[in-house]
Design a protein around this ligand. Structure first.
Ligand SMILES: *Cc1c(COP(=O)(O)O)cnc(C)c1O
Length: 448
């Protein structure tokens, strides 16, 4: 059975040497190539006899890896990038070497115990009760969907005659809610936020009153966004939560990006009201220094989620006792213990280090905003609420932004694709990497 031959040993050394080199050196930015172009270089890598480990690794390190943009490059400020800590990345190697099954307590109790402590940290920061809990799922998209399915089930118990259900959220909410609405075959009630793009309880209340005039339809969940993906705006979590309670509607907080900052004292009060949530999500792979792919999905009352998501089959019955099986809390069965790299880094560094790293990214964001305000060619769109800085390049059309962005990447300076705001092209820096220094911002601003 044990086949760790000298050949495997040699490959192990190569793999570890490459991994360590990648972790030790500044990440390359790199960039995309076409499939045709890649095929010309590597051909069909799947062959009857196999390439052998050495050669297959070389295909990856010399060609394929270089056709992938490093999400942890300090001047990759696109979308929401990623900045896993060295500890988290190293522990991912351990997870990969350990054949851990993260679906059930029976098979993975030690790992699940650790994941649950990491979830507890987030849950406590949010002010949820001791009974709260959940699971690390693949990403915010699955996290949102899993929570919303539980929310609808709860609403069905209370309103037996309703057949047409709707999700209420801001127009600025994330595209994954539209995706969830499609999968669930429900309506998406998009509410226009105020002029600062913040959704408030008043606005939700008005929209509900209007929507519920039709007695056949009902909103089963109100989703507030704690840090919109485009501008980083935090909805008014407290007033929206109160409206949800008053109307006896499930309250979900989508904090895939922003709720990471719950651990940062300087902005903690912006999240007041999050403690009212029936469920919330935050992606440690975005702004909590964990590798892909990990979204913390937490329920105030996990029993309700277990009722909905537990899969039943004769061969699974031995798993269903009172123990905590992560599979029971989302749309998933087999799962990688994807929360472990995050747990390890958090356990090893301590939570203070997280607060400090978080504050550091927000200081750079503030400084970047200041520089943009003083830049003759640029116009700041709004003060950064967290760590996203959005701005216009005065006089540029969409094509100018695209051309600039392509050149920035091909010159290997940075990766910043344009976004849009109120119908106009804009640029945005999403700063989640403590290694992004103000000098990196200067290098980018000098090209504008
Ligand atoms: C990124 C994001 C999501 C989706 O998360 P994935 O991990 O990409 O699936 C959902 N909501 C918000 C607010 C986000 O920023």
């Amino acid at each position: 059975m044990h086949q760790f031959t000298p050949e495997v040993e040699a490959l192990a050394n190569e793999v570890l040497a490459y991994s360590l080199q990648r972790l030790k050196s500044d990440p390359p930015l790199d960039g995309p190539r076409t499939a045709e172009d890649l095929f010309k270089e590597v051909g069909n890598t799947i062959t009857e006899k196999g390439l052998g480990g050495h050669q297959a690794l070389e295909v990856f390190t010399e060609v394929l890896a270089k056709a992938c943009i490093s999400t942890d490059h300090p001047r990759n400020l696109a979308f929401i990038p990623s900045a896993p800590s060295e500890y988290a990345n190293l522990f991912d190697l351990v997870v990969g070497a350990s054949a851990l099954y993260g679906g059930s307590w029976q098979e993975g109790s030690g790992a699940v115990f650790a994941e649950n402590q990491a979830l507890r940290w987030i849950s406590d920061l949010a002010g949820l009760p001791e009974s709260a809990g959940g699971v690390f799922v693949q990403g915010g998209t699955i996290g949102n969907l899993s929570a919303l399915v539980v929310a609808r089930e709860e609403a069905r118990k209370k309103h037996k005659s309703i057949t047409k259900w709707a999700i209420a959220c801001s127009e600025e909410s994330h595209s994954s809610l539209a995706a969830a609405a499609k999968v669930m075959d429900v309506e998406l009630l998009k509410i226009k936020p105020n002029e600062s793009e913040c959704l408030t309880g008043d606005l939700v209340e008005k929209a509900l009153a209007e929507f519920h005039k039709d007695k056949t339809k009902r909103v089963f969940v109100i989703v507030a966004t704690a840090g919109t993906t485009n501008l980083g705006i935090i909805d008014d979590l407290l007033s929206i939560g109160n409206v949800a309670k008053k109307n006896d509607i499930w309250y979900h907080v989508d904090g895939a990006y922003g709720l990471a900052a719950l651990c940062a004292p300087s902005v903690r009060e912006k999240f007041n009201g999050v403690e009212l949530a029936d469920s919330l999500i935050v992606d440690p792979h975005k702004w909590l220094f964990a590798p892909f792919d990990a979204c913390a999905l937490i329920y105030r009352n996990p029993k309700l989620a277990k009722e909905v998501h537990t899969q039943h089959a004769s061969y699974l019955d031995t798993l269903h006792d009172d123990s905590w099986s992560p599979s029971d809390y989302a749309i998933n069965l087999t799962r990688r213990t994807r929360g472990l790299p995050f747990w390890f880094s958090l356990a090893a560094h301590g939570t203070n280090a997280y607060a400090e790293a978080m504050e550091q990214t927000m200081i750079v964001a503030k400084n970047a905003a200041e520089k943009i305000r003083n830049h003759p060619n640029l116009k700041l769109i709004c003060e950064p609420e967290l760590s996203i800085v959005a701005f216009e390049r005065i006089g540029w059309e969409k094509a100018d932004y695209l051309k600039w962005s392509e050149k920035l990447l091909s010159d290997q300076i940075g990766f910043i694709p344009p976004s849009s705001h109120k119908g106009k092209s804009i640029l945005r820096f999403a700063i989640v990497n403590p290694w992004t220094k103000i000098e990196d911002i200067d290098i980018i601003l000098a090209t504008l």
